[in-house]
Design a protein around this ligand. Sequence first.
Ligand SMILES: *Cc1c(COP(=O)(O)O)cnc(C)c1O
Length: 223
Amino acid sequence: MEIAKNLSVILDRLPNRVKLVAISKMKSEKEIMEAYQAGYRVFGENKVQELVRKQEVLPNDIEWHMVGHLQSNKVKHIAPFVHLIQSVDSLKLLKIINKEAAKNNRRIDCLLQVHIAREETKFGFSNEEIIEMLNSGEWKELKSIRITGLMGMATFTDNRDLIRSECKSLKAFFDEVKKRYFEREPSFYELSMGMSGDYTIAIEEGSTMVRIGSLIFGERHNH
Ligand SMILES: *Cc1c(COP(=O)(O)O)cnc(C)c1O
C-alpha cells in the first residue's frame, strides 16, 4: 500500500503538463502490480533483459519506457513493444531503432539523451554532437522513428544550485534545438528531466516528464 500512496503524493504535486514515468528497475513484478492496481500504467526500465522479462509477464496495457544505455544488438528485443526510448546516444543507434521499428511495422518515439552532468561516466550526446547530428540531416530519412524531445540527468548531488543551473542549461538547449530543427513539429515536445532527488527543481525549470524510482518504490538494494 505504500507504493500506491507514494505514487498519489507525487501525482498530486505534478502540474498537468508533466508526465510521470515510474522507474521500476530492480523492483519485482509484485511491486509493479501494486502501482498498476492503483491505476498507474507508465513504467521505465534501464536494462533490456529485465524490461523484456517484465513485459512478458505483466499486463499488456503498460506503457514501457527504456531509460538506460541501449546496445545496438539488443534493440530488436524491445522494438516490438517499447513506447519511448529515452536514451538514444548516437546516430548509429537511431538507425538501428529505425530498422527494427520498420520490421515490426511500428514507429518508435525516441528522445536524444544529452550529457549534462559533470560526471565523466554518464552516457549521452554533448550539445555539440547533437547539433552536428541534426545538421547532417540523415535522421530525416528515418521514417520509422520520431525524435520527440531530449532527456538529461543532472549531477547526483546535494548542491541545489548546481542542479538548477544544469536544468536551466538543458532547457535552454532544448529551446534552441526546437527552434532550429523542429519549429513546425508539435511532436517535438518532451523534455525528460528530474528524478527522485531533483524533480521539483526540474519541473520549475521546464521539465515535461519526470522519471521517478526510489520515491515510489523505496530504495533499491543491490544483491
Ligand atoms: C534509476 C533511474 C531513474 C530514477 O532514479 P531515482 O533516483 O530512483 O528516482 C531515472 N532515470 C534514469 C535514467 C535512471 O536510470
